[in-house]
Design a protein around this ligand. Structure first.
Ligand code: BGC
Length: 268
């Protein structure tokens, strides 16, 4: 069987100091990659993630950057190259929500979500692809020249009232990811999306922190449990490894069945 090992590869995970990003950064480190733990605030949390990665014998460094800021993104990648030399794996994970009824949504709430969730993925992917093209394939490390994983959501296909900015950003990620996969496939760069459903993290605390909220959430999830960050990390390691070498341009839903629309089990 082909290896899941990421030994000797260099990875950057955005928004890696909490939630899904944290679990992915640790998972990549456990699989042998050297990992840049990006964060915006809370360096202590990022440092703790880096320590966990180092405990597996991989290298780790923390790097502060707001992914929607071009200058900060460029200097984060330069910092990464001076420590690790190059990039093999980019996980475009950083994302946020600024929820509001659409008729009450401010331009700041709209712009914040689009700039972090969409423009942030553009800025980081552009830096990574520039370096991957410059360097080319290194067959001893990986069959692919580079792997880019975009964090999307079930809301790239499920419309979401009260979250129009967020759903729009994730719908856009689908075309962003597929267009990149189309443009760079012949150069050996694989680009895929992970589309999580409800994963127990700070971003959706309101949906799981009371028994009533959790019970209502379960009506949307056929598999009847909330997802854990580790579920997503398992998929991210697979997508970063040669075990998934023939997968590119794919949106991979990991949602306990949320996208099979449980409401239709008895209706329609
Ligand atoms: C959102 C969560 C939500 C989940 C399922 C995610 O993309 O960030 O807040 O619980 O989708 O609706």
């Amino acid at each position: 069987m082909i290896s899941y090992s990421l030994k000797g590869q260099s990875a950057l995970v955005t928004g890696a100091n909490s939630g899904i990003g944290e679990a992915i950064a640790i998972g990549l480190g456990e699989a042998g990659a050297n990992v840049v733990v990006n964060y915006v605030v809370d360096p202590e949390a990022a440092e703790k993630v880096a320590e966990k990665i180092k405990a597996f014998g991989s290298k780790a460094m923390i790097a502060q950057a707001d992914v929607s800021n071009e200058t900060e993104v460029k200097s984060m990648f330069q910092k990464m190259y001076s420590e690790f030399g190059t990039i093999d794996i980019l996980v475009n994970n950083a994302g946020l929500q600024r929820d509001a009824h659409f008729h009450e949504m401010t331009i700041d709430q709209w712009n914040k979500v689009i700039s972090v969730n969409l423009t942030g993925q553009f800025l980081c992917a552009r830096e990574a692809i520039i370096e991957m093209l410059r360097r080319g394939r290194v067959p001893e490390r990986s069959m692919a020249c580079g792997k880019i994983i975009c964090m999307s959501s079930v809301h790239e296909i499920i419309p979401w009232a009260g979250h129009v900015n967020y759903a729009s950003s994730k719908g856009a990620i689908r075309m962003f990811m597929q267009s990149l996969a189309q443009e760079y496939g012949d150069r050996g760069i694989r680009v895929n999306s992970i589309c999580p459903g409800a994963i127990q993290t700070p971003i959706n605390k309101a949906a799981w922190s009371t028994p009533q909220a959790l019970a209502s959430l379960m009506t949307l999830i056929p598999y009847n449990r909330i997802g854990q960050p580790q579920d997503i990390a398992n998929l991210a390691v697979f997508l970063a490894s040669d075990a998934s070498d023939y997968i590119t341009g794919a949106s991979m839903f990991i949602d306990g069945g949320m996208t099979v629309f449980e409401g239709f089990a008895e209706g329609g």
